[in-house]
Design a protein around this ligand. Structure first.
Ligand code: SER
Length: 247
């Protein structure tokens, strides 16, 4: 079972109790099913960089570190990690998880997250040659391009259990980037693209998250690696979104 349903960080702040119910009940239901039904061999459940908070070291954030999330989403992901670890140790449920950074994809538009700007910016560059960014220009966050995220997820799920030293969720770094960094990269393709920075409530969320992630444990345990960097991801995003919007 791959349980990917969740209310993301921005939306969860607007409906805290409902977000907690949706994010937690779905996980507990699936963990219970996996415990009871023998045919369910493995469970995947995504965690997030949102498990970290302002007291966490923000650069090369280690696998094992201080975790005091300040968002409903982060609290639910941290609690979820503990539940996964508990079901593994107590009931032998083979549940595996990744702390995804911001995920960037051309296939679906973003919705309700703090890292959404990194998807919206490509759509708006093509649609309007203008983007009103809800984070400050120098807000660095770790990001991962969807093909790398999918491959990493499958690699983790296919890894031998005895090679896995983490029963909660693995750190994944991807590449770290700022809104200005993505803007400048897009400008090498669309020279008259313009941007304005108008931070909203999500700035405080982004400021509480790591800027870069140490994913050495994922690399060591199951060979995590990436094919995309900012340049390669941006070129593909612009090409594919351009096609999709009929450009
Ligand atoms: N991308 C997610 C969000 O912004 C973080 O896991 O909410």
């Amino acid at each position: 079972i791959y349980l990917l349903a969740a209310v993301l960080s921005g939306n969860a702040e607007k409906l805290p109790v409902q977000a907690w119910e949706i994010n937690m009940k779905s996980l507990l239901n699936v963990l219970e099913i996996a415990k009871m039904v023998e045919d369910v061999k493995k469970v995947f459940w995504p965690s997030s960089i949102a498990v970290f908070g302002p007291t966490t070291p923000r650069l090369h954030t280690p696998q094992l570190t201080i975790m005091e999330p300040i968002t409903v989403y982060g609290i639910s992901k941290l609690a979820g990690e503990r539940w996964c670890d508990y079901y593994f140790n107590k009931f032998g449920v083979d549940v595996r998880s990744i702390r995804y950074p911001g995920l960037i994809s051309y296939k679906t538009e973003a919705g309700g997250g703090t890292t959404d700007y990194s998807v919206e910016i490509f759509y708006e560059a093509i649609r309007k040659k203008y983007y009103d960014c809800f984070l400050n220009e120098n807000t660095a966050l770790p990001m991962l391009y969807m093909p790398d995220a999918i491959r990493a997820t499958i690699d983790l799920m296919e890894a031998k259990r005895e090679n896995l030293s983490i029963n909660s969720a693995y750190n994944l770094g991807g590449f770290s980037v700022t809104p200005k960094g993505i803007y400048e990269e897009i400008r090498t393709h669309i020279t008259d693209f313009k941007i304005k920075y108008n931070p909203d409530f999500r700035q405080a969320i982004a400021d509480s998250w790591p800027q870069s992630i140490d994913d050495s444990v994922a690399k060591k345990d199951w060979g995590c690696h990436y094919d995309y960097d900012l340049k390669k991801m941006s070129a593909e995003m612009l090409r594919e979104i351009g096609r999709k919007l009929g450009g």
